[in-house]
Design a protein around this ligand. Structure first.
Ligand code: C2E
Ligand code: MG
Ligand code: MG
Length: 753
């Protein structure tokens, strides 16, 4: 079962994350801001409420204190009013010693009622009995007074008990007087009592004969109106019961003895409430504006944070994906691989990497253009997807390199089978917008079981396997094996050392192996072979370092070096064939032909004496440049030999297309030549065919006389091998050439058999 990870479309995920983000935004920003707003509003409201009630309360208290003062003043005033008459000498005479009723009525009763508005005026004798009573400007009889004056009694007794102060010269004796509050006839009232006595002391009064003057002012509506008007109490009046109304303020009035007399009540003054009424709408407006501003601010904040988030997402996406195909890139793959290896640590869980590289992609790009190349890359991505399904990670590492990461339970999936299906699908032609393109794919496979691997190591191994797949003929998949790693290690060492050797004079050399005419056994030419003597590793075989030079591009320099040495020799031995091995990589280089002609010219060697040895793979490559080079060389008279014949496809049909001058039968055939062996028949067939196509035949690796004999019998033209000589120094070859007469007419013996 393939493990499911969403590597396809991320749209569903995005919708989910945006809801999540909105929620997170609400939780992280909206909620605290709204909460702060509500708390602030509540705090402001509470403060306003507290302030207004406080102000209102203060206002009531201030009015109550004022009322207290006013009542005291009013009572003082009442006594003063009594004093305007009670301390006069004529009052003492007319209302003290004897009671002159007419006089009293005119000067006390009427005076106090008319001028000061007293409601009741009473003159009492020393024992406290009323002598004269006036009520509301009318004199009344004594019995009526008794019920009226009950509350007056205590006050009268108190004044009578007050000691008489002696009068001193030049000073008025202080009056004996008191005031109080009381309920009279069901009505609250101010009362005042004063002893009638001469302020100047000029009218003598014997003790115990002093009369008293009492005055009463009712706290009626008139008095209330006066208070309200003068001291700005709204609708104030006295009442005996407490009003049951929140809007009314109340002040209790007590008598001297502390007895409740009445309430003064008025419309409560509420400056705080008034202020609130005025301020309220403005406050509300301020709140609404603040709320709207905060809302706008939050919206802006959310929009910009959403934009930032989207930007971040986009940057994240760009950083993790390949721009061209939209597939995950190398960084994503690294992350996914690391995750997969840690997650898939169950003993049978399995991660496989298929590293894929297109064959001939460079040609598509070079010949059809970059746009076609880009189109092809995208199409390849889509084709891989059809094979692996939507849940498998396909990453593009860049160029024409892809990696498929398969996560599975072991044995559930066969990566080799997947790889071959991918190779099949990519091998089919691609219909691009303007062109049709043909490419192949090479795949390196590596797998890890139970998370038992290091991501980078796994990638490196996949890369090695891919290299192996490519160098082993392309269009195939190779599973990584440990020995491949060793090869790579060695290659690394060789590459560095070879690079250095090419810079120096003392390590690389060229030897020449003689080519011998089968008939005359004369040395008719030689093959140049590169030699490398390393100071530490000793002799390193070309079979080792030539592939490394080819893979790293060092072959161009090495090839030039060998060619120069070969041509230097060839120039001194006209008429002898000097063969030089050419690798396919050299032949693909567009500058190669010029290089060869330059060296020939510089050395002075005849082109007809030079023979370039190529291998079959060049013909298989079907490269335009290579084929062009071969034609140019042949046109210039340079010979072409097909080396190692019999080891590859050995298709003679290629020889028709790219005519060569010679084939060199590989050593592996020669080794097996003994009587009756099948190799004899094969070799015979090759020689016959080659001769039919007018090609010369050379046999390589001849080690015994028997082999030499058989090969001669079979009609091989030239022989090469340790039987005659291995590779020798140029001087030695020159000596060998010189030892023979004029250059052997090497091609004259052709088809001798
Ligand atoms: P090749 O071109 O087929 O060269 C012949 C190889 O067979 C040489 O090995 C030679 O020493 C060896 N040989 C010749 N006669 C005998 C014999 O009787 N018995 C045995 N056992 N071996 C024999 P060498 O020099 O090790 O070269 C190996 C290969 O390396 C060459 O095969 C050639 O393909 C490549 N090579 C050598 N020098 C160069 C070079 O300068 N350029 C390129 N491109 N390739 C080179
Ligand atoms: Mg050769
Ligand atoms: Mg060979």
């Amino acid at each position: 079962m393939l493990r499911v990870h969403t590597y396809g479309s991320g749209m569903g995920m995005q919708a989910k994350t945006s809801t999540l983000q909105r929620w997170q935004f609400s939780a992280a920003v909206l909620l605290p801001v709204v909460l702060a707003l509500v708390i602030t509003a509540a705090a402001v409201l509470a403060f306003v409420f507290w302030t207004t009630t406080n102000i209102d309360q203060r206002a009531v208290e201030r009015q109550q204190a004022m009322l207290q003062g006013v009542m005291a003043t009013r009572r003082g005033l009442l006594v003063q009013q009594l004093g305007t008459v009670a301390t006069r000498n004529d009052t003492v005479v007319n209302a003290g010693v004897i009671l002159n009723f007419q006089w009293v009525d005119a000067n006390l009763g009427k005076w106090l009622h008319d001028v000061y508005g007293h409601d009741l005026t009473v003159v009492l004798d020393a024992a406290g009995h009323p002598l004269y009573i006036m009520e509301n400007g009318v004199t009344v009889e004594q019995p009526a007074f008794e019920q009226l004056a009950a509350p007056l009694r205590a006050l009268i007794d108190d004044v009578r008990a007050m000691p008489v102060q002696p009068t001193t010269a030049g000073h008025f004796a202080p009056a004996r007087a008191l005031s109080d509050l009381a309920v009279i006839d069901g009505m609250p009232a101010m009362i005042g009592v004063m002893a009638i006595s001469s302020a100047t002391g000029t009218v003598a009064q014997s003790p115990g004969t002093q009369t008293l003057l009492a005055g009463i002012k009712l706290l009626d509506q008139q008095a209330s109106d006066y208070l309200s008007r003068e001291f700005m109490f709204e609708n104030g009046h006295f009442s005996l019961t407490r009003p049951d109304d929140e809007a009314r303020a109340v002040f209790p009035v007590f008598s001297n003895s502390g007895r409740f007399v009445a309430f003064f009540e008025w419309d409560r003054d509420r400056p705080g409430l008034m202020m609130l009424r005025h301020m309220g709408p403005a406050l509300l407006a301020a709140f609404i504006i603040a709320a709207v501003l905060v809302f706008l601010l939050l919206r802006q904040l959310r929009q910009s944070s959403a934009a930032i988030e989207a930007g971040r997402k986009n940057a994240e996406y760009q950083a993790a994906h390949d721009r061209l195909t939209g597939l995950p890139n190398r960084a994503s793959l690294d992350g996914a691989l690391a995750r997969a290896l840690t997650e898939q640590s169950a003993p049978n869980s399995y991660v496989a990497l298929l590293m894929l590289d297109l064959d001939r992609f460079k040609q598509v790009n070079d010949t059809l253009g970059h746009q076609a190349g880009d189109e092809l890359i995208c199409a390849v991505g889509r084709r891989i997807r059809t094979i692996v399904g939507p849940d498998v990670l396909i990453a593009r590492l860049g160029g024409d390199e892809f990696v498929v990461m398969i996560e599975a339970q072991e044995y559930d999936v066969d990566p080799t089978a997947v790889a071959s299906r991918i190779i099949d699908t990519i091998g089919k032609p691609f219909d691009l917008q303007q062109f049709k393109a043909h490419v192949g794919a090479s795949i390196g496979i590596v797998s890890a079981v139970g998370g038992n691997a290091e991501p980078r190591e796994l990638m490196r191994k996949a890369d090695i396997a891919l290299y192996e797949a490519k160098s082993g003929g392309r269009n195939r998949a190779v599973v990584y094996e440990e020995h491949m790693n060793e090869l790579v290690q060695l290659q690394h060492t060789i590459e560095g050392e070879l690079r250095e050797a090419l810079q120096r004079e003392d390590q690389l050399n060229v030897v020449f192996q003689p080519l011998v005419d089968q008939h005359s056994r004369e040395v008719i030419g030689a093959e140049a072979l590169a030699r490398w003597h390393h100071p530490k590793f000793g002799h390193i075989s070309p079979a080792r370092f030539i592939p490394v030079a080819e893979a790293t591009g060092l072959i161009d320099a090495l090839g030039e070096f060998v060619l120069r040495r070969a041509c230097a020799l060839g120039a001194t031995a006209p008429g002898r064939t000097i063969a030089v091995n050419i690798s396919p990589t050299q032949l693909r280089n567009p500058r190669f032909a010029n290089q060869v002609f330059d060296i020939l010219r510089q050395s002075g060697m005849q082109p007809a004496d030079l023979e370039l040895e190529i291998t079959e793979s060049i013909l298989l490559d079907d490269e335009h440049v290579s084929a062009q080079h071969l034609k140019t060389f042949r046109a210039a008279g340079i010979h072409i030999a097909l080396d190692d014949f019999g080891t590859g496809y050995s298709s003679l049909s290629y020889l028709k297309r790219y005519p060569v001058d010679r084939i060199k039968i590989d050593r592996s055939f020669v080794m097996q030549l003994s009587d009756g062996h099948v190799s004899v028949a094969i070799t015979q067939a090759i020689v016959t065919l080659a001769h039919a196509m007018d090609l010369e035949v050379t046999a390589e690796g001849v080690e015994t006389e028997e082999q030499a004999f058989i090969l001669s019998q079979l009609g091989c033209n030239t022989l090469q091998g340790f039987l005659f000589s291995g590779g020798v120094a140029a001087e030695r070859i020159s000596t060998l050439f010189a030892a023979q007469d004029t250059p052997a007419k090497r091609r004259s013996t052709t088809h001798a058999a």
